[in-house]
Design a binder for this molecule. Structure first.
Ligand code: NAD
Length: 437
């Protein structure tokens, strides 16, 4: 089939490339010329493991191309996927639909035949109705149908998630549109995925409800982690014991500095705002948002405590800036408020992240970005682990201690081996347990 994907970010680029790889003919459309130029030269605008090879292979085969010309891209297309951003509006936290609506208007104007418009962006319930209204208001002589097909991929493992999804949700009231979208996914390589057909509104809600639930799970274990510290438990053991219950499951039970990233903060906010617009209050989710927000500054206070009550004039080495490992995404990363709080309390911050420093430099000021972890730790009074990059776990702790002014490690991801850190002579603080040393 011929597919157009509008928006070549984390979702659009991965989805478009994977669609090409399973045999479809795909045109990725983006309004960002610099991004398109990079893509045509084989340079990835985002860091996502394995994406460069997959793009190169499908670009070379002629199944995948990049353009800013929506009109020509739509010629002969069976479906157009919308995969643009839906960030929180700065004024009120509602999902900002201006990019989705702009694409809907552009499609309405430029479509040249019958078209199924598939919304992959994460959007409030009812967005499909609005997109349909925009398309129909253009009074073009073609058949349009709008489908909700939310995306569940995780950055860092996005290709694998897309190729081996737990489920594919297709929300549509139209038999024709359902068949077109099912046809896109019903290829041999994806045949094991469960396809769930539902109404458009239910599909839109499934995505928000899933992210809100996962954010709640993280927030829950973070609070249990605080309790573990107070009563002398070990959150890793508690989480393991919890996760063995098949009704609960073991994932998303790692205590840490609070959830962040491009999805959970904005989607929890958006679902709670959407609910209130419908005169429903999601008390649990509103509490989750508040608890998670408070946690980040509380993590900076933890560093303060570990440093003897003050970080004024001290140098803190931060290892990891991205909101999680294997991505360069800094959107709503907990590292931002934690570093800003440390700076507010008078600390100098040196930082290293394997992939996210370029993006971090756009969001943080007065941070010294360092070549590697040892460089960041040089002459520092404490090292704080903020992202669970595996290379930090493999650091030579003897070397690390040797370059530091004080051997103090605050591990907010429970990433390091406690025994190894203590054996190397560090004072070690972590989350959800009280280390022996
Ligand atoms: P992104 O910001 O990385 O990418 C959006 C892209 O859309 C950008 O390249 C931008 O230039 C382009 N764009 C904006 N307006 C355009 C227009 N009018 N025409 C053409 N291109 C345009 O966003 P993302 O992270 O890929 O997220 C996209 C959507 O998918 C969001 O709703 C997000 O919530 C959802 N989502 C994201 C993830 C994730 O892990 N990032 C996972 C699942 C769902």
């Amino acid at each position: 089939m011929k597919i157009v994907v509008v928006g070549s970010g984390y979702v659009g680029l991965v989805a478009g490339t994977c669609f090409a790889d399973i045999g479809h003919s795909v045109v990725c459309v983006d309004s960002d010329q610099k991004k398109l130029e990079k893509l045509r030269q084989g340079v990835m605008p985002i860091y996502e493991p394995g994406l460069d090879d997959l793009v190169a292979r499908n670009h070379a085969s002629g199944r995948l191309s990049f353009t800013d010309e929506l009109g020509s891209a739509l010629t002969g297309a069976h479906a157009a996927f919308i995969a643009v951003g839906t960030p929180p509006r700065a004024t009120d936290g509602h999902a900002d639909m201006k990019y989705v609506h702009a694409v809907a208007h552009a499609i309405a104007e430029k479509a040249s035949g019958d078209l199924v418009v598939v919304n992959k962006s994460t959007v409030p319930v009812g967005t499909g109705d609005e997109v349909e209204r925009i398309l129909l208001s253009a009074r073009r002589p073609f058949r349009f149908s709008v489908v909700s097909n939310p995306e569940f991929l995780r950055e860092g493992v996005a290709i694998d998630d897309f190729m081996r999804p737990d489920r594919i949700v297709i929300g549509s009231e139209s038999e024709w549109a359902r068949k077109v979208v099912s046809g896109i996914y019903e290829v041999e390589r994806l045949s094991e995925a469960a396809i769930l057909h539902t109404s458009r509104r239910s599909a839109e809600l499934i995505k928000y409800a899933a992210n809100a639930f996962l954010a709640m799970k993280i927030t829950f274990i973070n609070e249990i982690s605080d309790l573990c510290e107070a009563v002398g438990g070990d959150v890793r053991h508690v989480a393991h014991g919890l996760g063995l219950d098949s009704r609960i499951g073991s994932k998303f039970l790692n205590a840490g500095p609070g959830y962040g990233g491009s999805c959970f903060p904005k989607d929890t906010l958006a679902i709670s705002k959407t609910a209130r617009d419908h005169r429903v209050q999601l008390h649990t989710i509103e509490t989750v948002i508040q608890v998670n927000d408070n946690r980040k500054r509380a993590m900076a206070l933890r560093v303060l405590d570990a440093c003897g009550g003050s970080v004024r004039g001290k140098t803190i080495a931060v290892l990891g800036l991205a909101f999680k490992a294997h991505t360069d995404d800094m959107r709503d990363s907990p590292a931002i408020p934690i570093i800003q709080a440390l700076q507010d309390f008078g600390a100098r911050v040196r930082a290293h992240d394997p992939e996210a420093m370029e993006n971090a430099a756009k969001l943080l000021t007065n941070v010294t970005f360092c070549e590697d972890a040892l460089d960041a730790a040089t002459d520092s009074d404490a090292v704080v682990v903020l992202t669970e990059w595996p290379e930090f776990r493999d650091l030579d702790l003897g070397q690390l201690k040797a370059v530091m002014a004080e051997p103090l490690m605050i591990d907010l991801r429970n990433l390091m081996s406690e025994d190894a850190v203590l054996e190397a002579g560090f004072t070690y603080c972590c989350v959800g347990r009280n280390p022996a040393g």
